[in-house]
Design a protein around this ligand. Structure first.
Ligand code: PEP
Length: 258
């Protein structure tokens, strides 16, 4: 049986509202040309200001492979004195289906802790969002050879309190910090697969054999050249892509080649 394919992109603080709508319209039309029996979960995570129109855009196009819209962050509280933040209820009201938590830029630029990511994970699951927790080691941690411990810590704290019934909504993205963005060096397929095996082992320790069903994606300088080799690795269930997916045609070409 063909492997289920998970593809997603985080648009970060790029693309305004109109650009996001154009991008999604093009991507929906292109992904509709992929074979109907291709088992695909496709998601796009635009900035907050584009969410409302993004949801409307994907709803207005009937595609064989509908695109799920996600948010880049979320305050764990339903409401309160948190100026500048966005609550789960606000995202729900817009029709957002997925929430990304703990992207490396949230952890390292905005100094979010594992405990804060955990509160967000629990809130996102409580509100039944597809919940994408990002984990990954820095270059310094890699050089100290403590990547496995870092990943296990991020998972054990980040997922503390998650119940077995919530697991179908959970997704994990392994994104080594040193591999992300313009200064990033893509992880080799062997390295990425070895770390994803560590993640899967930890998920099994946390949740038993159901933990093995949680999809784990690789992200960090994925491009059309390295995508095929990454994709066939046994512990990589999907690709989470930045720059190489921000042009709808390029994203489609990358997806259709796998
Ligand atoms: C990211 O920032 O999550 C990411 C994967 O970016 P890129 O593919 O551009 O390295």
């Amino acid at each position: 049986m063909a492997k289920k394919i998970y593809f997603g992109t985080n648009l970060k603080m790029y693309k305004g509202n109109a650009e996001v709508v154009d991008y999604l319209t093009q991507l929906s039309q292109l992904s509709d040309t992929l074979p109907a029996d291709k088992d695909l979960e496709l998601f796009v995570i635009p900035s907050f200001t584009a969410l409302s129109d993004a949801v409307a855009a994907v709803r207005s196009i009937s595609s064989k492979h509908p695109i799920m819209i996600g948010a880049q962050n979320m305050n764990p509280h339903d409401c309160g004195q948190f100026t500048g933040d966005i609550s789960p209820l606000m995202l729900k009201e817009l029709g957002v289906r997925l929430v990304m938590i703990g992207h490396s830029e949230r952890r390292h630029v905005f100094k979010e802790t594992d405990q804060e990511e955990n509160a967000k994970v629990l809130a996102a699951l409580k509100h039944q969002f597809v919940t994408l927790l990002c984990v990954g080691e820095t270059l310094e941690q890699k050089n100290y050879d403590i990547s496995d411990e870092i990943l296990r810590t991020q998972l054990k704290i980040g997922l503390h309190g998650v119940t077995p019934a919530q697991l179908p909504l959970l997704r994990i993205a392994y994104e080594p910090v040193w591999a992300i963005g313009t200064a990033g060096i893509p992880a080799s397929a062997d390295y990425a697969d070895a770390k994803q095996a560590v993640i899967k082992q930890c998920l099994i320790e946390l949740f038993g054999k159901e933990g093995n069903k949680i999809p784990v994606f690789y992200g960090g300088s994925v491009n059309p050249e390295n995508a095929p080799e990454l994709f066939v690795q046994p512990h990589i269930d999907g690709l989470f892509i930045g720059r190489s997916a921000w042009d709808a045609e390029k994203f489609y070409t990358l997806m259709s080649g796998l």
